[in-house]
Design a protein around this ligand. Structure first.
Ligand code: SF4
Ligand code: SF4
Length: 379
């Protein structure tokens, strides 16, 4: 797992999506002084390449001046190691000025759209779609690479075909995640996608992807296939992320990942103190994350997918139970379903004999591409 530091310039966000768990009004904005301290902290922490992802809240609220100063500070301050950047934003606040800065640093953008306008705005709020598409056009005009993430909820999963077709017709790459129970509001489960439904959705998308090979990319399916093929996780959910991923909040607090930012019980230290790995390891958050890793070794010990699943995301597993480790990621059911499906299709393709072999000569067999084409795909 490459070293990954998520910078959260603010927890504020101008949108107010129904199922969001992280937007906080009146959140402060990270100062340039804090960015300088991030550099000093990392100089003493470890010496390898770093990928910085700007996340939020809404990271563009920090404004053009923040990025104009922060990006060279990070690159030059940590020279000669390789520094890469990415940003996750709803694009509402993207201006040509910011886009120009991002283009200079070749920053790929991850944004969020839940499908066609009506469906998207129902889940994310009226006017969301238009504002995001406006930002998307600015990004595209500046040659920036934008990929959208779709959050599938208990509602939108009923329109999975419409969502898939929306991505296909617009030439967008599809990345998805299931809607988690919200940690705010009176009805936290309202939008939550049940684990079985998520598993069925992934299998559905695998089929749709194979039917439309070469016309669309479905990133999650690419990664799930790659996990099974290589026998190791290729995204954070399926590796032991602890120790290789950190997030820094607006005031310089260090957390295990952006998902914990703003939760005082998960603060591991502060960049102004330049904590070493040994210092961070003394924090309760570090200990809890590592207890999860040990728990997975036992709880998932008999699962054939353990090497490339690793119990899923520790946030999903421990936050809903107030930090107590009572189980693995609740999406285990979905992970098992899709990993089993991929494994059995690979076995069938590689070793199984199809009944059709007896009736059709080789040249007459259907030419539909199978799962091996995804396994071998470069990602
Ligand atoms: S806590 Fe979950 S989302 Fe965060 S880095 Fe780990 S696996 Fe990824
Ligand atoms: S599929 Fe479930 S049991 Fe298997 S490793 Fe993943 S979380 Fe553990």
């Amino acid at each position: 797992m490459p070293f990954h530091v998520m910078l959260i310039p603010t927890l504020g966000c101008p949108a107010n999506c129904s199922y969001c768990w992280s937007s906080e009004e009146k959140s402060p904005i990270m100062s340039i002084e804090t960015v300088k301290e991030v550099v000093e902290w990392l100089k003493s922490l470890r010496g390898d390449s770093v990928t910085f992802t700007f996340h939020g809240g809404e990271p563009l609220l920090a404004g053009a001046d923040f990025y104009r100063e922060a990006l060279p500070l990070l690159v030059e301050g940590l020279s000669p190691r390789n520094i890469a950047f990415a940003i996750q934003t709803n694009l509402w606040k993207l201006t040509p000025e910011i886009a120009k800065i991002f283009a200079e640093y070749n920053i790929p953008i991850g944004s969020s759209l839940d499908g066609p306008q009506e469906l998207n705005d129902l889940q994310r709020g009226k006017g969301y779609y238009e504002k995001t598409m406006k930002g998307y056009e600015i990004a595209r005009d500046h040659g920036l690479n934008v990929r959208f993430i779709t959050t599938f909820t208990s509602h939108s999963v009923k329109f999975k075909e419409d969502i898939f077709n929306f991505y296909l017709e617009n030439g967008f790459t599809l990345k998805l995640h299931p809607c988690l129970p919200s940690l705010k509001g009176d009805n936290p489960e309202k939008w939550t996608l049940a684990p079985e439904e998520y598993g069925e959705l992934l299998i559905y998308l695998l089929d749709k992807y194979l039917e439309n090979m070469g016309r669309i990319e479905v990133m999650n399916i690419d990664h799930l296939c790659k996990c099974v093929f290589t026998g190791r996780g290729t995204v954070c959910t399926f590796v032991d992320c602890m120790g290789d991923t950190f997030a820094v909040g607006p005031e310089g607090n260090i957390y295990p990942c952006y998902r914990f930012v703003g939760m005082p019980e998960y603060v591991m230290g502060n960049v102004y103190d330049h904590p070493t790995m040994a210092d961070l390891a003394q924090s309760d958050a570090w200990k809890r994350m590592h207890q999860f890793k040990e728990y997975v070794d036992t709880a998932c010990g008999k699962c054939s997918h353990i090497k490339y699943c690793r119990g899923g995301c520790p946030y999903n597993a421990i936050v809903p139970t107030n930090g107590e480790i009572k189980g693995v990621d609740p999406y285990c059911v979905a992970y098992k379903m899709i990993f089993d499906e991929i494994t059995s299709r690979v076995n069938e393709e590689m070793f199984g004999s199809s009944d059709m072999d007896m009736f059709f000569p080789q040249t007459m067999k259907p030419s539909k591409r199978g799962i091996m084409s995804l396994m071998l795909k470069k990602i």
